[in-house]
Design a protein around this ligand. Sequence first.
Ligand SMILES: [Zn+2]
Length: 282
Amino acid sequence: MQTNFGSPPRKRGILLQVPRLLGGLVLNNPGWCLALSQSRYEMNGLKLFQKIADCFPTKPLPPETAITQCSYLGCPDCSDIEAFFNGKQWDQVSVKDYRLHCDATSLTTQTAFNYFLPGWMSACVLDRKVADVLPEYLISVLGGKSDFSLERSHACYGLLSLKQLECAGHFFEWYIGGSDGEEDSQNASTRVQHWIAAEKARCECYVDRPIRRLRIRTIHDLQSLSIARLQAYRKKALSLESKTVDWDAIPADDDCFVWFKDDPRWKTVYLAILSALNSKHG
Ligand SMILES: [Zn+2]
C-alpha cells in the first residue's frame, strides 16, 4: 500500500485538530467554531458532521471476520485494510488515516461499508484538503455506473434509516456545492433522493395514516339508513385492513368499533349491511 500522499498537512489552527477530535470536542464545544473565520462551505460541513454524528451509531462494530471480502488469500491490500479497521469505531479514525486507506470504500464488505460510511463522509466534510481524493473514491462507489456501484449503493441505502439517507443526501449536496459537479456525484445524489422519496412514502403508508375503523351498528340502525349511506358504509367495511399492523393504536375491549376484517364481529356487521341493502332494494 502506498503511504506517501504529497506534502504533509499545513498547520491551520484549530481546524487541523478536528480530525483527531472526531466525535468528541466538536460536539462538546459548540462555541469553538464561532471563534474561527470560516467559509460558508466549511461551516456547512461542520453542521453536516454534527448531523452525521447524531444519526449514525458507533456501535455495534462490524464483526472481526467481516471487514473485507477478498477471494484472493493473503491479498496485501485487503490484509492492510482488515488490520487497520478491525476493532476501530468509525469516529476514532483520523481524516488522514481514512485518506490513507481510501480504497477501503471498495474493498470492504457491505456490513463494514455501511458501518464506516459516516466516517468517510465526516472525514470529507471536516477537512476537505486532508481528505484529498477520499470523496471521489466514495462517490464513485455510490454514484458510479458499474454493476458493482449499482449493487453496492442499492444494498447500502436499503440498510439505512430515513434520517441516515437524508444525511447521505446532504453529503452529496455539500460535495456538489464545492466541486464541478461531475457525473458520478450527480448520480449519487439522484440515487439517494429516490431512496428518500421511497422511504418517506413507505413511512406515510404505515405510520402516518391512521388505521381505518368501522363503527358497529345494530341491524335496526342500519335499516334506518338511506341506500347511499349503506353503500358508503359497506365500502368503509371493505376498506379495513385484514389484520392490524399496529396493535398499540387499538384500545383494549373496544366495543364501539371494528378495526380489522379478522375480527369475528366484522363478518356480522358486513352481513347485516348486505341484508339491510337487500331489504331496501327489495
Ligand atoms: Zn483483496
